[in-house]
Design a protein around this ligand. Structure first.
Ligand SMILES: NC(=O)c1ccc[n+]([C@@H]2O[C@H](COP(=O)([O-])OP(=O)(O)OC[C@H]3O[C@@H](n4cnc5c(N)ncnc54)[C@H](O)[C@@H]3O)[C@@H](O)[C@H]2O)c1
Ligand SMILES: [Zn+2]
Ligand SMILES: [Zn+2]
Length: 381
């Protein structure tokens, strides 16, 4: 399947963020061919994750513009650079914001997915190969985001940031497994590890939090307590096995106290999926002493500080955190896709909106309003 575009610059459409918080503009950009250990991918579908929104708003972050956001997507390999042996033209891939080189101490460890070479880096806007961008417009560089930049018809990624998946899997659905859903699911199944019959609190009932709830349901938790400031989330969350709801705004004392009272001293596990520092602290303080484990998933403001009394640790509570649910993207993500193919995991219920690429800004509006879960953006329409 030789493509005529191999080796040449591809002019295509991309949604460029020129400034923080300003609507993206669909521009004609040039996408350079992949260099050594890189792959150029034709993006078929992409969706919006809160992490894109957060860095687009650039509040309290190091802003880098113009930039092409997007990291939750599915696509097809268009061409490969020198030294790439694991992927071929035509392979179906999910880009992942944190990569796996397969050679460093982290990649060789059973415990870590924090690859030395390709771990998440929100400040870098260039390729690691040569410190340059593969995107440009009229010769001026446009920066990358998370090594994926999927809000473009074509993108270039390091081979270590691409998981090769089953070609039978429908890309318009499983694109949500490339970040949010795998992150939430893995945070519960791989990190919090609730026991059968246990109680789990989920802070933040967006797609990531509801995927964490789905993990709790799969693990056999008997009580799943959903916590959100937006009560509109509660109806939808019932479909994900959430059994009880708490809106911190309805109480005049800290939500951790409310949860401790509901559960006779605290939940067995909690998973925080908000990015809000107060929610992170509550998620830790609401777990039961003696055995409770809290897992942080939300991306906080870079200056946020976690404050709690050390006695909360001495009394045997555990605090953990994870990127991408501790999954190794190349090694583990294909099996998450297979879980979907075997109908052990539903992704359809996370998809509440669909828009053509030309209307990508609508996806931002839905998320800003807290409306729906994932909005799929079709690149071909
Ligand atoms: N660690 C990772 O690997 C990883 C991966 C993907 C996303 N994230 C992060 O996970 C978080 C959730 O992402 P999402 O796409 O589901 O976002 P989302 O906007 O769809 O959902 C977030 C939810 O949290 C709620 N919320 C906000 N502050 C709260 C508070 N103080 N208490 C209770 N609820 C609160 C909001 O009302 C909303 O319903 C974001 O911070 C995102 O950046 C982390
Ligand atoms: Zn994400
Ligand atoms: Zn590595």
């Amino acid at each position: 399947m030789a493509s005529t575009t191999v080796g040449s610059v591809i002019p295509c459409k991309a949604a460029v963020a020129w400034e923080a918080g300003k609507p993206l503009v669909i521009e004609q950009v040039e996408v350079a061919p992949p260099k050594a250990m890189e792959v150029r991918v034709k993006i078929k579908y992409t969706s919006l994750c809160h992490t894109d929104l957060y860095f687009w708003e650039a509040k309290g972050q190091t802003p880098l513009f113009p930039r092409i956001f997007g990291h939750e997507a599915a696509g097809i390999v268009e061409s490969v650079g020198e030294g790439v042996t694991d992927l071929q033209v035509g392979d179906h891939v999910l880009p992942v914001f944190t990569g796996e080189c397969m050679e460093c101490a982290h990649c060789k460890s059973e415990e870590s997915n924090m690859c030395d070479l390709l771990r998440i880096n929100t400040d870098r806007g260039v390729m690691i190969n040569d410190g340059k961008t593969r995107f440009s417009k009229n010769g001026s560089p446009i920066y990358h985001f998370l090594g994926t930049s999927t809000f473009s018809e074509y993108t270039v990624a390091h081979v270590g940031c691409l998981a090769k998946i089953n070609k039978a899997a429908p890309l318009d659905k499983i694109c949500v497994l490339s970040c949010g859903i795998s992150t939430g699911l893995g945070a519960t199944l791989n990190v919090a590890k609730p026991k059968k019959g246990s109680s789990v609190a989920i802070f933040g009932l967006g797609a990531v939090g509801l995927a964490a709830a789905e993990g709790a349901r799969i693990a056999g938790a008997s009580r799943i307590i959903g916590v959100d400031l937006n009560s509109n989330r509660f109806e939808e969350a019932k479909k994900f096995g959430v059994t009880e709801f708490v809106n911190p705004k309805d109480h005049d004392r800290p939500v951790q106290e409310v949860i401790a009272e509901m559960t006779n001293g605290g939940v067995d596990r909690s998973v925080e999926c908000t990015g809000n520092i107060k929610a992170m602290i509550s998620a830790f303080e609401c777990v039961h002493d003696g055995w409770g484990v809290a897992v942080l998933v939300g991306v906080p403001n870079k200056d946020a500080m976690f404050m709690t009394k050390p006695v909360n640790f001495l009394t045997e509570r555990t605090l953990r955190g994870t990127f991408f649910g501790n999954y190794k993207p190349r090694t583990d993500l294909p099996s998450v896709v297979d879980m979907y193919m075997r109908k052990e995991l539903e992704v359809e219920k996370f998809i509440t909106h669909r828009v053509p690429f030309s209307e990508i800004n609508k996806a931002f509006d839905y998320m800003l309003k807290g409306e729906g879960l994932r909005c799929i953006i079709s690149m071909d329409d």
